[in-house]
Write a protein that binds this ligand. Structure first.
Ligand code: FAD
Length: 332
């Protein structure tokens, strides 16, 4: 285990673009690497990905391992696992982070199995015990009732998948210098057991909440599904996405994918309207990193006001129609 050194981040590339979560992990990885006084490396696989290597350096890495190969054109567990494991066995990182995206989760679990090491899934906090050189990967456990910090004491690398939008990416610094290491890998298409025949994009889905710049979120304070229509109307007028608390999802006013919070989506919009939402810790966990939070609640002591940038104490049924009217006039 003493041989293992350095913090690695798997850089996920889709449609020629680095996934946001990979940049966020470089931000988080930078802090861990600095504490441990080791280099931070990105690991990027794909076809035609070499031109993206500098972006990884600008985002905080000291070096990037790049495997550019036609067999890696599309993500497949087998080829990516092979590539990543070959590199990990050669260079022996002590910490290895992946985005908790569908591909990141799939890859991390396959790599953990192959390298016979541990993996903490869906992490929301990362730290490191410098003395013991242990990654402290924390995540909600027991249905979100407690936070568990998980250690991998006896195996290396220590691996974790991390939820998108939880960590902060660094401002890209084009002046940063780093090393790009191109790795050759023996991969043959005929050895692959799976083939990607075509990729069908789901065009029916609206822009996901995680990507939204403005979100209007409503809670039980809207009274009933009719009252909740005000949330949809306000969102429509200002071009925002709609979200809500677990209680409104359970009441059937919104779909499950619109739930924001610890057991729903984590969001970081520029503006977050929290209307008729009490501000329970499980909800706040999913929205507290929004840039600007505007809360409307008739209870001046509602905990949502503790995280709000602006708070309006009053009846949503009176305030929201006025907002809708004002925004409509402004957009004329
Ligand atoms: P309430 O707590 O009932 O709050 C309603 C608010 O509306 C009150 O503050 C009230 O003052 C205000 N109000 C009432 N009438 C008006 C009015 N006319 N005008 C203005 N304000 C008004 N919750 C989530 O949201 N996301 C999660 O991911 C999540 N995960 C959970 C996981 C676990 C394990 C547990 C135990 C709970 C979880 N919860 C989650 C539930 C959470 O604890 C709260 O119960 C929930 O967030 C409360 O929803 P709410 O704010 O809509 O309702």
């Amino acid at each position: 285990m003493e041989e293992n050194q350095g913090v690695w981040v798997f850089i996920e590339v889709n449609d020629g673009t680095i996934e946001g979560v990979s940049l966020e992990l470089l931000g988080a990885g930078r802090k861990l690497a600095d504490k441990l006084e080791v280099p931070l490396s990105g690991v990027m696989l794909g076809q035609g990905v070499m031109p993206l290597a500098n972006e990884v350096i600008y985002a905080g890495a000291d070096q990037v391992y790049v495997v550019d190969h036609p067999v890696l054109k599309n993500y497949r567990t087998e080829s990516y696992m092979k590539g990543v494991c070959v590199l990990a066995e050669k260079y022996k990182p002590e910490i290895f982070l992946y985005g908790a995206t569908p591909n990141g989760k799939d890859l991390a679990s396959a790599v953990a199995t192959d390298l016979s090491t541990g993996l903490t899934a869906d992490t929301t906090m990362l730290d490191v015990d410098v003395e013991k050189r242990l990654l402290e990967a924390s995540r909600p456990a027991f249905g979100g009732n407690i936070m568990a910090t998980i250690l991998c004491k006896k195996h290396r690398p220590q691996m974790a998948t991390v939820r998108p939008k939880v960590m902060k990416a660094l401002e890209p610094d084009e002046g940063r210098k780093g090393i790009i290491i191109e790795e050759e890998l023996e991969l043959r298409e005929e050895d692959m057991r799976t083939k990607v025949l075509r990729i069908v994009k789901d065009v029916t889905k609206k822009a996901s909440l995680a990507e939204a710049h403005v979100i209007v979120a409503g809670g039980k304070g809207l009274g009933d599904i009719q009252g909740f229509q005000l949330i949809h109307e306000l969102a429509e007028v200002i071009g925002a996405s709609v979200g809500g608390t677990r209680d409104v999802v359970e009441a059937g006013w919104l779909k499950h994918e619109q739930q924001i919070g610890q057991t729903g989506e984590t969001v970081t919009p520029k503006i977050y309207f929290a209307i008729g939402i009490s501000g329970a810790i499980q909800h706040v966990e999913g929205m507290k990193n929004s840039e600007l939070i505007i809360a409307i609640n008739k209870d001046a002591n509602a905990p949502i006001f503790d995280v709000a940038t602006y708070g309006i104490v009053g009846d949503a049924m009176e305030i929201v129609p006025k907002l809708i009217k004002q925004f409509k006039e402004l957009s004329k």
